[in-house]
Design a protein around this ligand. Sequence first.
Ligand code: SAH
Length: 347
Amino acid sequence: MVDILSCSLDELRGLFEKFGEKPFRANQVFDWVYNKRAQSLSEMTNLSKGLRERLEKSLAFPVMDIAQRQVSSDGTEKFLLALEDGNYIESVLLKHPDHTTFCISSQVGCPLNCSFCATGASGFTRDLTPGEIVGQVVLMEREQGRPVDNIVFMGMGEPLLNEDSVYKAIDILHEPAGRNLGMRHFTISTAGLPDGIRRLADSGRELKLSISLHSVDDTVRSDMMPVNRKYPLPVLKEALEYYQARTGNRLTFEYALVEGLNDSVDDALRLAEYLKGLKSFVNVIPVNPVNAIHKRPTDAKIQRFIETLKSKRLETALRYERGTDIAAACGQLRQRKGGRAWKGEEA
Ligand code: SAH
């Protein structure tokens, strides 16, 4: 059996040819799945019944269920999704007045173990397949009855540790015969893996790249993000310079402000210094506390941090944490249910 959502258009065309069918039938299937939101081959009425029956023997629609759904007072919706093998992932739908952003997962859990992140605390289980990445979007658009506008890889997992599946999923959703979502509507968020950043630059994919920076002090950053021990800040900066020289694209930096850790005026000044020479935008986000150690700074301190960045002519915005009342920080929902013990449990 082939998972239909893991199939590129070319692969599906190949499959139709193997069946002695015209390859353009694959384009029709793409339209059914990604635009008409069909959930089975039997709905694809412009394919003959005989063909549909034959396809059913080789093409499977993977099952993904909403195990739990929470709606925040600010409209943010968080979903716990059950995968076919009993694992769970999370995704979050952010509704804005004029668009929706869908935050999806790339792995079950995450191996990077960032100290402030709920996903890291529950460990790494496995990579998602392309179909499971595409499937989150397909499920949500079906659920909402309308397309989502932007896709961000800020759910569970590190996308640059699952590059093949992530890029295949993006290419499938980008396919003009199907969902036709523009490259600039995808954002990959990374903890900062230099090789992956270079490969993305070389790939020619014009998607948006966001770096989870959080500190420009190697000691502090290594403490918050163990991956920094392997790829310290100067190494990361070289990769970012390469990326920008290659693509010309602006980089977004995520900076989660934690009381007493990375929130001083001096931290802001050093951040501005680190970003010198890079076309950048800094999202300052008061940390969403997932443990007793990482606390949100006072509003006055947050404002002072932002003002310091602005005084250094950095483009920046304060992103208020959304969905805190429903634990929308990635990994929190799964964690509350007991992390990996959730596997196979009744939702
Ligand atoms: N592994 C990728 C993508 C997943 S995390 C990455 O590191 O970018 C998505 C974003 O949420 C990252 O910027 C991450 O640092 C941030 N994040 C995780 N836990 C958080 C928390 N408790 N408060 C604020 N931001 C958090």
